[in-house]
Design a protein. Structure first.
Lengths: 638, 867
């Protein structure tokens, strides 16, 4: 039989090093004066039985009463040791009269640190914990009161905002449906105008052909006479073209200037290279001024090591066929490329592996090397950016167009540059163009514009006689103009429809409380950066004139307590940038505490009335009531 | 021609794309580092044929208690060749089975320069264990024409100097079986210093760097054979298997030797003989037939070591007499002298004891430093620190040390603070200290060349920097940009450096602050192979090539001395270093550098740490989670589960990675990581006891299975599992979504699952189901493990908590164990202020003998029903 024995609580009684275990008896005595230490009020009844048997809460074991709070863990669920640190995973309750009660990890009991403001977690006599609950409680209560005041006001603001949002949304929905029906009519009109225009154009074309025919006949007669003359002219033209071509081919070599290295290596290949080689050469840039250096050196080393041709001896490749030689060489260049660098450049380059910092401020060449080294198959950051951007723009929705504008800084700068109130400057409208531009077609106050057009079109269509020849020039121009204007109007209208549809598709929250965010951006200045958050659109970080996109609007998370912007610009050696904005109740929309806890993962705080929920207010009020009840007897807050 | 070109060009492009792709997969810049072929001394040595050495010993005598001789060569056949001067040979014997063989140029023959002998590594007290040899015997062995000289080594062991051909070996007296030998294959070569003649081109170039080599070739190489060895181990630091694989011989294609050259290697790969951050030229051979032996070469120059696969010398035609299994090795060094130590064993623990009797026992660490460390490049500011600290408490996860990487400084000027990010560093440290926690800041050897930086000004004016080949202060590039490096070889400069750690000099430091030495290989971003040029000059005209591998060691030593001074000799230092050398174990901990967050690197951390432990550096660990890259959740959890058993247990991450503190991966994963950390805290009394064992015997905390089961051949190449002490066997899980693990449990006794108490038979491989909750860990029957089962916020807060002894009985109902306790902090244990108890439990039914001291126990739990 194998026996497995666990012997617990070995206490060594030691004179030299350890203060003997006085604390232990002290703890026992304190526990005996207060047998309910560490037990939450709602649990007290469970422990208050007179029975001599104690059952673990999970029912797994039956114990002798004396085993409760005896500083030895018996129950797997820790229920026999509510007042000691014996059970890992247990919880200790402190009443903290005058402040809020606290449920501690049992690992905090008698560990020498005062965790409960009433000091009840430290009772073994090693430390004295003064009762600070009243003072701490007062601070907490004051804070809570302030918070409640904020919430009260915030709840009102929030309600107003919700009302406004509902009205605005209704208005926009109405506008949208109106626009849609108008669009239908206008589309019809435009089509009619288009048909008419085409008919006219056909007629015009016919007329033109007739004229040409006549002209042709007349010319054929003349042509015979002029034959000699035209021949001479033709030759002159041809000569000119040849000159042009020559100029063109002279320019070509100038385009590929960093060719010398490969040229030295293998002249033949160089000459036959087509455009695709130019890409290869690009990596050679960093070989910089003295292209032959490296080769001489390789040769020198090669001499010294002649007897053995080692596989990793890259320089031995010189003897291999020109193409593979070239390939080997290229491989080297891509991978190393460091010999031509100055000592400082090399230092920066190697450092950049760890830091990922751009060494480019110093020399562009180093920069180029760096990208060769680290990005290998990737583009340089700029390229990546550009590429992403293209893709993005080609989504061709109206929003993306608008983003482009935002990203271009200048319009933004015009709008906001003049005020230097960077520190959480008041929110502003993110795009003004829409509404003003569409005033002519969205003028609901003036419903007759469509009728006017209809009338005009009718007039035109009636007035124009299709079969009249020659075509009435002024009539035709009139129709063209009408068509152009109407179709311009139509496309404007369609774009408004699309932008409204896009907007209304967004999730503005369960009560549309975030509707007002749609047309706003929030700014915050942290050190040298200005952060700009435009909910439902995008977020960016600006430093001087450079703008980095931290992310595009993604969604709300965490039951509308967090806004997520994702798929920002890619970080070198890191993830795509992203921004999480935590929302909290406040009276103004204000961004604070922008931070980057992990590389390129940003977080920020936005206080807004939209988060001032009524339920939460009630909760806070209840909490305050509770705290006030907990006042120890005989003390008055005032 | 044109059609041809058309077809090659796309190919060329394809090839380029392919290589580009490859280089992004493995970022290790292999071509930046020299191969053996690109290293002339290595290439020359490797091309030597067996038995090409013609040295023979003459003038054999006893001098100053040692056996001495001159090593000579036959006169050259042509008069043009240099007559090689005789070399001085000294063999001395030390207590407990250590033989030291030194070979150097004879100073009386006027060599151009004294060759470098590494100072301050060998313990001064080691010298006092020297046996004063009185006489030697002469005998003729192996049918030689000449004699051999034989001296006593230890009971049952003798050392033999074979005169011609020259060979040294240690043998068992009975049966004359060899244990270890040097130059049995005649590969010995010693390039003597010469005065440069007209036409000598000694310069070496690599990657645009030129080494002027003013003293010319001066390398040394020789072969060493381990008899009756099934495997050889040791010679860190490499990311490779624990049992060293052959690097030359039949079936080995084009492998590099194991390289020992301290280098800062960006994104090292998980299986390569390539040299990493530290070097310990100490190798152990172990076999079932005899046991263990060891060979140590004290030399700080670049070293390359070949493990020769059997049959490597078949072509030479001269084979050594068969002697069971024998492993031949070939050692090459660029400079220095032969100063070698033969350790006779015969047990594995004997060899490490013998080795640490020469280089020193591992320092006794502070208790807190054996607990859980949290690091990241960077915790950016005080708010960040406070936040991370409070989150640990919020989730009831204990940790003891929070680390600050380079960006806490003002412009990478060490000993300073970025006062915007850290306006109140003392207050920050005190806040942590109130919870029994400590902080560590980084202090690297590169000093920013900035006239306004007091340290630089002082070092410049005192001439304390390493010089370049022309004698100017060497100017290299590191984190701060242009930097210089204090010459740590000079004891005066070390002493100056150590003063910088006083609370007064290090403004913003507190007694709760400890130090991290990084980049001390030294790393020089614009130097050859990312380090210092070999022709840079140190104190006493020593070339950097001669001491390179020890630079980080001296730096570590000076820093550690600084902390001792700061604490007035009363506070044990804690300094983590990346570079190391024999003796580093006396100065602190080391870690395996910039690893990567993948499963292979999790796997290789075990052989790496086992190797470090075998070679004295027991206080070592790998970055939990992997430094580069983002670990998947499962990998991170597995890494915590394994890392909790590393002697040095620290989580660390690169600045480009996502935050990965345990609470960022959901409740379940947080619980799993917390469980792993709790396990470590529960076992702290056991770990601390083991650290004390290492401190007194050199025997590592984390051990290979064969150290406890030396005759169980199945354990010899097992580097997936390891022992923590003699009582605990741990097997890592190194694959994703593992359902089963094969665990070999050695020995005749049973093993108890550490969590469930389920019993497993020993001496067999078990296929076990694996859960996400834990990696397999087993308590060996017959041992007692002391624990503390209450988790606090930090180890310091556990000081008064009760101990739990877990007694696992063996088949004869007995068990033994130990518990070592001291105040965890000071040096008073050296004066005897400690308790070290040996527990013996025998025959549970004998109530009169159990429990031994009733009053100690508040509770004795009834036997578990495990069966």
């Amino acid at each position: 039989m194998k026996i497995y024995i666990v012997i617990h609580n070995l206490f060594l009684i030691l004179g030299v090093l350890f203060i003997s275990q006085i604390g232990r008896s002290a703890s026992k005595s304190l526990l005996s004066t207060n047998p309910f230490l560490g037990i939450a009020p709602q649990d007290e009844n469970y422990y208050k039985t007179s029975s001599e048997i104690f059952k673990c809460k999970d029912g797994s074991k039956k114990l002798n009463r004396a085993q409760v709070n005896d500083d030895f863990c018996d129950c797997p669920d820790a229920s026999d040791e509510p007042g000691t640190s014996a059970c890992p995973g247990g919880k200790f309750y402190c009443r903290n009269a005058g402040h809020v009660p606290l449920l501690l990890f049992s690992s905090r009991v008698n560990d020498g640190i005062c965790d409960c403001c009433d000091g009840s977690d430290e009772y073994d006599g090693k430390v004295k914990c003064p009762n600070t609950c009243w003072e701490a409680g007062k601070v907490a209560r004051d804070k809570l009161k302030k918070k409640i005041v904020t919430y009260k006001e915030g709840v009102t603001l929030r309600k107003q905002q919700i009302e406004q949002a509902k009205l605005a949304i209704a208005k926009e929905e109405e506008e949208l449906s109106k626009l849609k029906s108008e669009e239908k009519i206008l589309k019809g009109l435009v089509q009619q105008l288009k048909d008419r225009k085409e008919q006219i154009e056909k007629a015009e074309e016919k007329e033109r052909l007739q004229k040409e025919e006549e002209e042709k006949k007349r010319r054929e007669a003349e042509e015979e006479a002029n034959k000699e003359k035209s021949k001479a002219e033709k030759e002159a033209n041809q000569e000119k073209n040849e000159v042009k071509e020559q100029v063109g081919s002279e320019e070509e070599p100038m385009e590929s200037t960093h060719d010398d290295k490969i040229g030295v290596l293998d002249q033949d290949v160089e000459e036959d290279k087509s455009n695709s080689v130019a890409e290869v050469e690009h990596t050679d840039k960093s070989e910089n001024a003295s292209p032959t250096d490296g080769i001489e050196q390789h040769a020198a080393e090669g001499k010294e090591e002649s007897p053995v041709v080692h596989e990793t001896d890259l320089h031995a490749g010189n003897e291999v066929s020109p193409t593979s030689d070239q390939a080997t060489k290229q491989e080297n260049d891509v991978a190393e490329n460091t010999e031509g660098l100055s000592r400082e450049e090399l230092g920066r380059l190697v450092a950049s592996r760890w830091t990922g910092e751009n060494t480019g401020q110093h020399t562009e060449e180093v920069d180029a090397v760096k990208h060769d080294h680290h990005e290998s198959h990737e583009e340089t950051p700029e390229d990546t950016h550009a590429e992403e951007y293209d893709g993005y723009a080609s989504e061709t929705d109206d929003d993306s167009q608008r983003y482009d504008n935002d990203d271009m800084e200048d319009p933004v700068d015009e709008d906001f540059g003049e005020d230097d109130h960077y520190d959480s400057s008041p929110p502003y409208k993110s795009d003004t163009e829409d509404e003003s531009d569409f005033s002519d077609i969205t003028s609901t106050s003036n419903p007759s514009w469509l009728e006017k057009i209809q009338q005009t079109v009718r007039n035109i269509l009636n007035a124009v006689n299709l079969f009249q020849t020659p075509v009435d020039k002024s009539e035709a121009a009139h129709i063209r103009k009408e068509y152009d204007e109407s179709s311009a109007k139509l496309s404007k209208m369609q774009s408004r429809i699309s932008s409204l549809t896009q907007k209304l598709k967004h999730d503005f929250g369960p009560e549309k409380e975030f509707y007002s965010f749609y047309d706003q951006c929030f700014e915050s200045k942290e050190n040298k950066y200005v952060y700009k958050l435009c909910p439902f659109k995008q977020a960016s970080q600006e430093e001087g004139h450079s703008t980095t996109r931290l992310g595009r609007w993604d969604k709300f998370e965490d039951s509308y307590r967090t806004m997520l912007f994702s798929n920002g610009e890619k970080c070198w050696n890191g993830p795509d940038r992203s921004l999480k904005v935590k929302l909290r109740c406040g009276l103004k929309n204000e961004v604070t505490d922008v931070d980057e806890p992990s590389r390129c993962e940003y977080v920020a705080l936005l206080s807004t009335p939209a988060l001032c929920l009524e339920e939460k207010l009630k909760e806070l009020q209840q909490k305050l009531e509770l705290m006030n009840q907990e006042q120890p007897q005989g003390r008055d807050e005032l | 021609m044109p059609p041809n070109i058309n077809s090659t060009l796309p190919l060329l492009l394809l090839f380029l794309l392919f290589t580009l792709h490859l280089s992004s997969v493995s970022a290790w810049k292999k071509e930046e580092f020299r191969t053996c072929n690109q290293t002339p001394f290595c290439k020359r040595a490797r091309s030597r044929k067996p038995h090409s050495s013609s040295l023979f010993a003459t003038d054999v005598a006893i001098l100053d208690g040692a056996l001495t001789a001159n090593l000579r060569q036959p006169p050259p056949e042509s008069p043009d060749q240099d007559q090689i001067k005789p070399l001085l040979f000294t063999l001395s014997v030390y207590q407990n089975g250590v033989v030291r063989v030194k070979i150097d140029e004879d100073p009386s023959l006027d060599p151009p320069k004294k060759r470098f002998e590494v100072p301050d590594v060998i313990l001064p007290e080691f010298e006092s264990t020297k046996l004063w040899l009185q006489r030697f015997q002469t005998e003729t062995v192996d049918g030689d024409s000449g004699p051999s000289s034989v001296v006593y080594v230890a009971d049952g062991y003798e050392a033999v100097l074979r005169h011609n051909p020259f060979e040294v070996y240690v043998r068992e007296k009975q049966g004359k079986r060899r244990v270890l030998s040097l130059n049995s294959h005649g590969l010995f070569d010693f390039e003597q210093l010469r005065v440069k003649q007209e036409g000598d081109d000694w310069e070496e170039r690599f990657k645009g760097h030129t080494d002027v080599r003013p003293y010319g070739p001066q390398s040394i190489s020789f072969d060493v054979s381990f008899f009756d060895a099934d495997f050889v181990y040791g010679i860190p630091e490499h990311a490779s298997s624990f049992a060293l694989r052959p690097t030359r011989g039949p079936g080995v294609d084009d492998s590099e030797p194991y390289r020992l050259f301290n280098l800062d290697v960006f994104e090292y790969i998980h299986d390569s003989p390539f040299g990493l951050y530290g070097s310990i030229p100490f190798m152990l051979g172990h076999g079932k037939a005899r046991g263990t032996s060891g060979f140590f070469w004290l030399n700080a120059a670049e070293m390359q070591i070949d493990v020769l696969g059997s049959g490597w010398d078949a072509e030479s035609g001269i084979l050594l007499p068969e002697s069971g299994s024998r492993i031949d090795t070939f050692w090459m060094s660029e400079a220095g002298i032969v100063d070698t130590f033969f350790f006779i064993g015969p047990g594995p623990k004997d060899v490490v004891r013998q080795y640490t009797s020469v280089t020193g026992m591992p320092a006794m660490p502070q208790l807190f430093s054996t607990a859980h460390h949290q690091c990241r490049w960077n915790y950016r500011d005080e708010e960040d620190v406070e936040n991370v600290d409070s989150k640990f408490d919020e989730h009831d996860i204990p940790y003891d040390v929070l680390w600050l990487d380079i960006d806490h400084t003002d412009g990478k000027r060490y000993f300073t603070w970025d006062r915007v990010l850290f306006p109140n560093p003392e207050q920050m440290q005190n806040k942590l200290a109130a919870k029994g926690r400590h902080m560590v800041t980084i202090v690297d050897p590169h000093i920013r060349r900035d006239e306004s930086f007091h340290l630089h000004k002082e070092a410049t004016s005192k001439g304390y920097y390493v010089k370049d080949a022309t004698g100017k202060d060497y100017d290299g590039w590191c984190w701060p940009g242009s930097s210089s490096y204090p010459d740590m070889l000079n004891p005066e400069i070390r002493s100056w450096w150590s003063e910088k750690f006083s609370l007064k000099n290090y403004v913003g430091s507190t007694p709760w602050l400890y130090i991290w030495n990084d980049m001390n290989e030294p790393s020089v971003f614009n130097g050859p192979e990312v380090t210092m040029p070999r022709d840079a000059l140190h104190y006493g005209g020593v070339e950097h090539r001669e001491l390179h591998n020890a630079y980080g060691y001296y730096f570590h030593m000076a820093t550690s001395d600084g902390l001792v001074k700061r604490g007035d000799g009363k506070d044990r230092p804690f300094v983590l270093s990346r570079a190391f050398f024999p003796g580093s174990q006396r100065h602190g901990a080391i870690w395996t550098g910039d690893n990567t967050a993948d499963w292979d690197q999790l796997r290789v951390s075990v052989p790496m740490i086992l190797t470090l432990g075998l070679t004295g550096m027991t206080f070592s660990g790998a970055d939990v989670g992997g430094y580069f890259g983002n670990p998947e959740m499962e990998l991170l959890v597995r890494w915590y589960q394994l890392g909790a058993y590393y002697p040095f247990f620290r989580a660390h991450a690169h600045q480009d990675t996502k935050r990965r503190e345990p609470w960022l991966f959901g409740e379940r994963n947080m619980e799993l990581m917390r469980d792993a950390i709790h396990t470590r805290y529960a076992l702290l009394p056991y770990f601390y006891t083991l650290f004390r064992e290492a401190n007194t015997s050199g025997v590592p905390v984390m051990r290979p299975l064969w150290m406890e089961f030396p005759s169980d051949k199945a354990t010899f190449s097992n580097d997936e599992a390891f022992m923590v002490g003699n009582s605990l066997l741990v097997q890592g899980i190194y694959t994703e979504r593992a359902k089963y693990a094969s665990v070999y449990l050695p020995g005749g006794q049973s093993w108890y699952d550490l969590r469930t108490g389920i019993i497993y038979k020993g001496g067999t491989t078990h296929k076990l189901e694996v859960s996400e909750e834990t990696i397999p860990a087993f308590h060996r029957a017959g041992t007692i493990i002391p624990r503390k089962d209450r988790y606090r916020r930090s180890s310091t807060l556990m000081a008064n908590d009760p101990y739990t002894l877990v007694i696992a009985l063996n088949s004869s109902h007995a068990a033994e164990g130990e518990l070592y306790i001291d105040n965890g902090k000071s040096f008073e244990f050296k004066q005897g202020a400690y308790i070290h108890r040996h527990f013996v439990f025998s025959d549970a039914e004998d109530s009169e003998r159990w429990p031994p001291i009733t009053s100690w126990f508040s509770r004795l739990e009834k036997p578990h029903p495990y069966n």
